[in-house]
Write a protein that binds this ligand. Sequence first.
Ligand SMILES: Cc1cc2nc3c(=O)[nH]c(=O)nc-3n(C[C@H](O)[C@H](O)[C@H](O)COP(=O)(O)OP(=O)(O)OC[C@H]3O[C@@H](n4cnc5c(N)ncnc54)[C@H](O)[C@@H]3O)c2cc1C
Length: 469
Amino acid sequence: MHERTLSDLHTFLGPDGLLLGDRIGERHRGDIHGNLGVPPIAVARPRDTAEVSRVLATCSAAGIPVVTHGGRSGLVLSCSTREGELVLSTERMTAIESIDPDACTAVVQAGVVLQTLQERLEPDGLSFPLDLGGRGSCTIGGNIATNAGGNRVIRYGMTRELVLGIEAVLADGTVLDGLKPFIKNNTGVDLKQLFIGSEGVLGVVTRAVLRLIPKPQDTAVALCGLADFAQVRALLRHLRQRLGGDLTAFEVLWKDYYTRYLTLPKARLAMPDAHDFYVLVETSGSRDDGLQERFERALGEAIEQEIVENAVVAKSGAESLQLWEMRDLALEVSRTMGPSSGFDVSLRIADMAAFAGDLAALARGIDARCETLVFGHAGDGNLHLGVSHPLEVADGKSRVESAVYDLVRRYGGSVSAEHGIGVTRLAYLGHTRTEAEIATMRALKNTLDPDWILNPGRVFLREPAGSRS
Ligand SMILES: Cc1cc2nc3c(=O)[nH]c(=O)nc-3n(C[C@H](O)[C@H](O)[C@H](O)COP(=O)(O)OP(=O)(O)OC[C@H]3O[C@@H](n4cnc5c(N)ncnc54)[C@H](O)[C@@H]3O)c2cc1C
């Protein structure tokens, strides 16, 4: 089946542009976390937009489903391939095409790795402020497709806020050239928004114009120990007031996270695990405006006002990295729980403490051995959760997941703050989005990809659940 089509693509893309048979490696079957699907029928590795267009037009005509792979660092199983799928990998689309220091913009191909871009911008005194633990693997195209968040959303917003223009290819090969470098461009429907955060179901992002900032000249980082969540909220208000726009991260770790982190071989004891909450705070700005002093003064005030019990301020770049490492090692910390399910939810900040308490009670109610882990970008209203379900707990995974998502729904939260829906959360999309909203998503899909060849079975299904008799 499809031999003729694949042979045509092979001729067009060349032997390195279309991998077949034994040349398809494990990495083309799934994500970097080891979640492998079945071998794809082929792996297309286009080098540019024209090649992406040709691949999609060809697959559309032949009815071949296509799953797009960026850096495969996604956390919702979208990259695990299913029977009959062709992988379109952006791994050869790695050009940083131009950097405009006046306009503070960069034009890049979708396969550029986030960290590569960050490093390339440094000598020019510029920065792309998106930053997340997957920086060494994830690509700009994947960041756009997932509307990635990360550590500095509190200051710079999600990826959506950092993209000025997008070039994308529709399922039938049509190229939408929206590579305008303008902040202001009120010319009808803003089509780029369709591709940001829609996880590749409406089109393949091929190039983007990104918004840059002057590289902050100075950064200060501290870890604070606090007694309760009311103090965490007080610290957030205090630092926002004292540091304004210079507050670039506010990451909260519940005590259980910190004690688990301390069991890792790489861990370094920054302060005793005597506090119920730990907050990693970062501020960035220009060197000559006394940033460090303002930061230390603000933390000193927080100690005087008994908001903070203890604070450790990094004295060097290396110490800052060490403090950040405890947050960047989140996946390793989660693994210390054994079999567990991870969640990435949005909640009102005011509800977080009560939610975490209900979560622990819910886990214990399922089985006394189920434990919880809570941490995340609390300043953005985003928590990451882990709930363990030891193998002895019957149906532990499904019971935990449905109970947690029900709890999120009761709190009026979102079942995905930043990682997306993918396959993992497909059944729970309706906990956060209404039927009318999901029907509108389907209508868009029917218009832009009428044969549903792009990332099928991810995000939302062709027919509403229960519509088949
Ligand atoms: C240690 C670690 C920490 C992380 N921390 C965060 C975090 O703080 N915040 C956060 O948001 N995420 C985080 N992630 C998740 C992940 O890194 C992001 O979702 C990232 O944006 C995915 O990029 P990717 O290139 O790896 O995409 P992939 O995993 O390859 O793909 C993700 C989705 O995007 C689609 N896609 C990829 N490229 C394109 C394209 N060019 N056009 C259309 N669709 C495309 C895929 O089909 C898939 O549906 C973390 C991951 C790891 C491993």
